[in-house]
Each structure stands twice: as C-alpha cells, then as structure tokens.
Design a protein around this ligand. Structure first.
Ligand SMILES: Nc1ncnc2c1ncn2[C@@H]1O[C@H](COP(=O)(O)OP(=O)(O)OP(=O)(O)O)[C@@H](O)[C@H]1O
Ligand SMILES: [Mg+2]
Length: 357
C-alpha cells in the first residue's frame, strides 16, 4: 500500500520541443484508483513509465510513500506494470507466466504455487493454469497479464491501456472486473486510457491531460458536470458536447434563431456548451428554437442520438441531440431544438475557462 506523488515531474524527449510531461502535479492516495486520460500523445504513458522507472524524471520528482524514487531502479520500486501489449511467454503455461516474477525474485516453489493458485481463483483462471497462451482467448490472456502483476503483491499497479486489445463486449466485462478487483485488493492504481467511458466508469478520480499539461483532476461526476475548461468539456462525454462560439449583446447570445439569456456579464465573447441531453426536440419554427436539419440518426435501442446540421459557429462536428427513442427521425427532417437553459455550460470565449454561473 502506498501513495504516489508527482511533484512538478517533467520529461522531455528533445531540447527544443515542449516537454512530453510538463511539471505534472498529482497526488494519488493510498488505495486510490486514478485514471489518466487524454488524447493520443498527451503524455499518459510517459507519466506512468516515470512511476515505474522506465523513463527518467528530468526535473521535479516522483515519490512513492513520500520517498523520492528518482535514483531507484525499476525493480526496487515495487511497481507492477500491465502493458497494452502484454507479451506472455509463449512456451510457458498460464501458471508459469503468472509465477515467473516470483520465482525470479527467489520465492520458493510452494509459496509461488500457492499465490498463483489464489490469484487464478480470483481471476477465474484456475482451470487454465496448464494451458499455453496460444490456446487462450484474448480476454483470458488479458487476465493472465493482470494475474502476473497481482501475484507480485506490489505497492502500486500501473496499467497502460490494458483493455485496448479486447472486443467491445469483453471490454465492458473486464472493465467492471478490474474495478472490483482493485477495490478488493486495495492497491494504489494508476490506469491509463484514452477512452473516456473507461475513465468515467473505473476511476475514483480522473486526471485529464493535454499536451503534457494536467487540465483537471476530479471525481468522474465532477469532471462531467464541472469541467475546468473547453478542452475537458469536449473530451469527456460521448457523444461529445457541442461547443458554440457566440457574441453577447444586451445580456443575450444568439445561437442561430435561438436567443439565450446570458446569466451574467461575461465579456463580449463566450463559448456555450450543449450536452446531447440538454436539448428539447420539437418542430421546426418553435419560437426560441434553433432550426436544424437531421443528418444522421444513431439508434442505440434505449435511446437515439440525432446528429443535426444548423447554421451556427460550431467548433467542429454537428449538433448532437439525445432524443426520445419512441419518436422516429429521418435524415432530412427539419426540427426545432430548444436548449434547456439551466443545463448549459459557459466558457470564457478567449481563455476557454469555464465560468461559474
Ligand atoms: N521514446 C520517445 N522518444 C521521443 N518522443 C517520445 C518518446 N516516447 C514518447 N514520445 C513523445 O512524447 C509525447 C507523449 O507520448 P506518450 O507515449 O506519453 O503519449 P500517450 O498519451 O501515452 O499517447 P497514446 O494514447 O497514443 O499512447 C508524444 O508526443 C510522443 O511522441
Ligand atoms: Mg500511451
């Protein structure tokens, strides 16, 4: 059990470019499940690898249980890493793979076997211990990789996109399994993903990175309902929040035909964020509604997302609306979209920082 502290931890790969991880400040509590999320190249893996000792920290520090691990070899840190490409040893059985690190560390055979068996039960691998990896399914292999890390009883788990090789359904199951397992084991965990659904569902807290810079760290619900800025707001949530730049005149903002009261004086430009669930879909021409044309309907059974085109200063993409699944929409339909006023997000048009209104 351990705390992990990033203290202005920085890693650059070249002298002239920006750092891959830039003065990262992050405190992970004992037993906490912390998810690092962000787009490709934002520095997630590098952050994790610094904890494991696979990347140097060039300035600042990383501390495990308060102790600076800068000069410490990876082996001495007691951190178990699960990679996306968790190469198992093909010639070893499941039991052999799981026990490998223990035997290497000089743990006796009887102890190793006992620990492997215990973890195998936990992961429902006990009937597969004699099999070779080639004869396992993707999900089973993934569990062996997890098991290999768990048997070590490390202070810290570092998991780098461990689910990305699994198919969608298996991902959902395994996602829940890992979260439960982490809770039972109580091992401090850093979990990297670029999948915002994984981030929202698995973590106690979520740290959102962009270009090596921490944007926000908070509980999943807070990240969704109180995003620090336009970037976090746009990244977290699926389908993505629709962001519209608007000019403010006389305390109102015009979004196409829709006129929206601006809650307080926010400066001449503002970015307004609309979640898919924060529109009411009505007929075109409804007073105060935005006229839009249906371009795509995504049927999900219990709900549907209707993608619309509208004459707006939209930051990429389309207006996405979650609509009642009982109503049918067809491509080309004209609709009137009325925003739900108290569910909108307001951002400073220049800095992108969310405004508390
Ligand atoms: N060994 C390396 N040499 C040079 N640059 C690197 C190296 N490893 C990573 N980088 C750069 O550092 C930045 C952060 O990379 P990192 O692998 O941490 O991103 P990531 O968030 O894990 O992305 P992904 O989701 O694609 O895995 C990127 O711009 C990447 O190109
Ligand atoms: Mg990565």
């Amino acid at each position: 059990m351990a705390t992990v502290t990033f203290d202005r931890a920085t890693r650059r790969f070249s002298d002239d470019g920006p750092p891959a991880v830039d003065a990262l400040d992050l405190e992970i509590a004992d037993g906490e499940f912390m998810v690092l999320v962000g787009p490709s190249g934002c520095g997630k893996s590098t952050s994790l690898r610094m904890v494991a000792g696979l990347e140097p920290v060039q300035s600042g520090a990383i501390r495990i249980d308060g102790r600076d691990v800068g000069g410490m070899a990876p082996k001495a840190r007691d951190v178990a890493m699960v990679f996306q490409n968790y190469a198992l040893y093909p010639n070893m059985t499941v039991a052999g793979n799981m026990g490998f690190a223990l035997r290497n560390a000089g743990v006796g055979k009887a102890d190793t076997d006992a620990r492997v068996e215990q973890v195998a039960r936990m992961l429902e691998l006990e009937n597969l211990l004699d099999r070779k990896p080639a004869k396992l399914s993707g999900g089973q292999r993934q569990r062996v990789a997890m098991g290999r890390a768990i048997v070590r009883r490390p202070k810290v788990f570092c998991m780098d996109e461990p689910l990305s090789n699994l198919d969608a359904k298996l991902r959902v199951n395994t996602r829940a399994q890992i979260a439960t397992l982490q809770k039972d084991l109580g091992v401090t965990t850093l979990y990297v993903t670029h999948d915002q659904v994984e981030a929202m569902t698995m973590g106690h807290r979520v740290a959102v990175l962009r270009d090596g810079v921490l944007q926000q760290v908070d509980g999943p619900r807070e990240i969704y309902t109180r995003p620090a800025n336009v970037f976090v707001a746009g990244f977290m949530g699926s389908p993505q929040m629709c962001l519209v730049d608007a000019a403010v005149t006389d305390a109102t903002a015009r979004i196409g035909e829709a006129v929206i009261d601006v809650p307080r004086s926010v400066g001449p430009t503002v970015t307004i964020g609309f979640r898919p669930e924060s529109w009411v879909v009505g007929t075109a021409g409804t007073p105060g509604s935005l006229r839009a044309r249906v371009e795509l309907v995504e049927e999900l059974g219990s709900e549907q997302f209707v993608y619309c085109a509208a004459d707006l200063d939209l930051r990429g993409g389309r207006v996405v609306v979650r609509a009642d699944h009982r109503v049918r929409y067809a491509v080309g339909d004209e609709v009137g979209l009325t925003p739900i006023a108290d569910e909108l997000y307001w951002f400073d048009g220049v800095t992108g920082i969310r405004l508390d209104v």
